[in-house]
Design a protein around this ligand. Structure first.
Ligand code: NDP
Length: 574
């Protein structure tokens, strides 16, 4: 972000407009997550069906015992199992709702799916797999294949159980094991359980009046129906397609629809910020010269660069906290106005260009990067239906209705996002003395590092609240996986059976999280979205640890230096 270069009045006026747009949106929608539904039953049950799991084989219920059981088979499980294998731990099982590993990249197979984090940083274990990604940014299929390659390399398919949803994870004091029940009638026992079910795993739909009555075809972006669209969307040539939502998924999908479909209607409530995507094929000469350990070195450099970001530099030299904040805000506004300028340069129709402009601070919503999204709106078959913050509130048998106009569609795609889960989806987690984790969290989330929670021995949580935020999620997950593998190794190496965080260590971390929250009012001032709990007030401990990713990583190491102080470690009771 460039140094602020306008009189303060200019920035203040833009901030007023941000506030106006935020309040407009809050006024329209039901509060918080009430506006969404992710309980798909009855007429909505079809939105949960896995279109990629063909001919699921029947099998006998499993009743056995493993050392480590992962709930979920995405990157959290893959990264951590790799580390467990490296430490010689053999008995590792993944239980996964989908029919393969991959998590997000299993489910999100929509056309155009790609990752916005540079591939050499995002794709984990590149050194270990001796793999260099094909492009600067990876497409979905390459990432999905990489997940499968990790599972093959570390023999994770051997004990894996697919097409299976964990419904209950209960600590059993009599054998001091977790008893894991599933929707396939299994009762598996495990010494360690790792909740690796992802942060944005459960699709949600905007709860729109009349949605069940829609007579055309419809699905959620994470359940793409290629039987309907054709592998290359060729069946859409004579179809009118609508898409509700303009977040990161829709931004990647719209250009693909635009190339093929007869007509495309994009129903927008809040525009995303769209910046340039600098992509290129990997230079084979560069790839050939990479030395062992290159990815770790690279990640450290990227992290140092982020921590010394332009926003922080803009704040340097400020004399008071207020001045520092103002400088940061002004630099942020300059960036967003550059995003606006780019829209004016690309989009031909001025009214459409104006409607595509995001009026909020950078990072209030997940920023997007795409070179074809904005130009799509210059095509004659693509129509932006801007709902001015209101959103689609009515659907009839023909399609969405807005301001009295009915949009007749053959296909309606819900790009309405995912439930932001805390810990355990579809799954009741019950610890010592039959305490349910959700009940324990009723007065606020309580963990150490977002990973351990007292009264739930040998249970680890990945990607949950009270962990650090990191745009490159796999890097954050890798640190958690390394930490968890080291903890399990410590238990085995020292002849213990259980590890449970002490109340004091847990309380210390809760206070750390609270202490680093809300240094600015930015989140509360943001336009609603899942980053700020849809604009709802939130308890200060029910979010990420905001002390910085490097500090989070250092805290993990410090916690492990004092295992005896931070944890109750015990042998198996006989
Ligand atoms: P999001 O939650 O980001 O977006 C949902 C969209 O639906 C928003 O634009 C929302 O508007 C809109 N919406 C909800 N209800 C209505 C309605 N009634 N009428 C009109 N619009 C409505 O979901 P996504 O699936 O796009 O992305 C989820 C996350 O997944 C991303 O934030 C990102 O973390 C990840 N992702 C990453 C990708 C990448 O690396 N490139 C690609 C795709 C996803 P409003 O903003 O007003 O609420």
């Amino acid at each position: 972000m460039a140094r602020a270069k306008h009189p303060q009045q200019y920035y203040d006026q833009i901030k007023d407009k941000f506030r106006e747009e935020r309040n407009l949106r809050l006024g329209y929608r039901p509060p918080g997550t009430d506006q969404f539904t992710s309980e798909f039953s009855g007429d909505l049950a079809k939105y949960a069906v896995d279109p990629y799991a063909k001919d699921v084989p029947s099998r006998e219920p499993i009743s056995d015992e493993v050392e480590v059981l992962f709930i979920g088979g995405g990157f959290s499980a893959l990264l951590t199992s790799a580390r467990l294998r490296e430490r010689g731990i053999e008995s590792v099982r993944i239980v996964e709702r989908g029919s393969d590993v991959g998590g997000t990249w299993y489910w999100n197979r929509y056309p155009g799916a790609a990752c916005d984090v540079v591939s050499y940083d995002y794709l984990p274990l590149l050194d270990e797999l001796d793999y260099v990604p094909v492009n600067h940014y990876s497409r979905g299929p390459e990432i999905f294949s990489h997940c499968q390659a990790i599972a093959h390399k570390y023999n994770l398919y051997d004990l894996a159980v697919f097409n299976t949803t964990v419904t209950e994870t209960r600590w059993d004091e009599s054998d001091q094991l977790w008893h894991v029940k599933t929707d396939r009638g299994d009762v598996m026992r495990a010494q360690f359980v790792i909740c690796a079910n992802g942060t944005l795993a459960k699709p949600k739909l905007s709860a729109i009046a009349g949605m069940e009555s829609f007579a055309g075809h419809s699905f959620h972006t994470s359940r793409w129906d290629y039987d309907y669209t054709g592998q290359n969307l060729e069946h859409l040539k004579d179809k009118v397609v609508g898409i509700i939502g303009t977040g990161a998924s829709a931004v990647q999908i719209v250009p693909e629809l635009a190339k093929v479909a007869k007509e495309v209607f994009v129903f927008q409530r809040t525009p995303s910020s769209i910046d340039v995507r600098d992509d290129w094929p990997t230079d084979p000469n560069w790839a050939r010269k990479l030395e062992p350990g290159w990815q770790n070195k690279r990640r450290s450099k990227v992290l140092a660069a982020v921590e010394n970001s332009l926003e922080k530099r803009a704040a340097k030299g400020a004399s008071s906290p207020e001045e520092k904040l103002k400088k940061q805000e002004n630099a942020n506004i300059d960036y967003m106005m550059r995003i606006h300028k780019r829209i004016d340069e690309i989009v031909d129709d001025p009214a459409t260009a104006d409607a595509l402009k995001p009026w909020y601070m950078f990072m209030c919503k997940r920023p997007c990067f795409h070179n074809e999204y904005l130009p799509s709106f210059n095509l004659p078959n693509v129509h932006l239906v801007d709902t001015h913050g209101q959103g689609i509130t009515k659907i009839n048998p023909k399609g969405p209705v807005f301001e009295g106009k009915e949009y007749g569609l053959d296909l309606l795609i819900y790009a309405t996002g995912f439930e932001v889960q805390q810990t355990g989806i579809y799954n009741d987690i019950v610890g010592v003395d039959a305490v349910n984790l959700q009940d324990k969290y009723a007065d606020g989330i309580r963990t150490l590092l977002g990973i351990h929670t007292a009264g739930f021995p040998n249970l680890f949580i990945m990607g949950g609240y009270q962990a650090s935020f990191q745009f490159n999620l796999t890097e954050m997950l890798q640190t958690q996986g390394d930490h968890i593998a080291a903890c399990i190794d410590y238990v085995f190496a020292n002849g213990y059976h259980t590890l449970d965080v002490s109340d004091a260590a847990e309380e210390w971390w809760v206070q750390e999280v609270i202490g680093h929250r809300g240094k600015t009012g930015r989140s509360e001032e943001c336009t609603p979205g899942y980053y700020n709990f849809e604009g709802n007030e939130q308890r200060r401990q029910d979010g990420n640890y905001n002390g910085g990713f490097r500090q989070y990583f250092e805290h993990q190491g410090l916690v492990r230096e004092k295992m005896q102080e931070n944890f109750h470690l015990a042998s198996r009771k006989t």
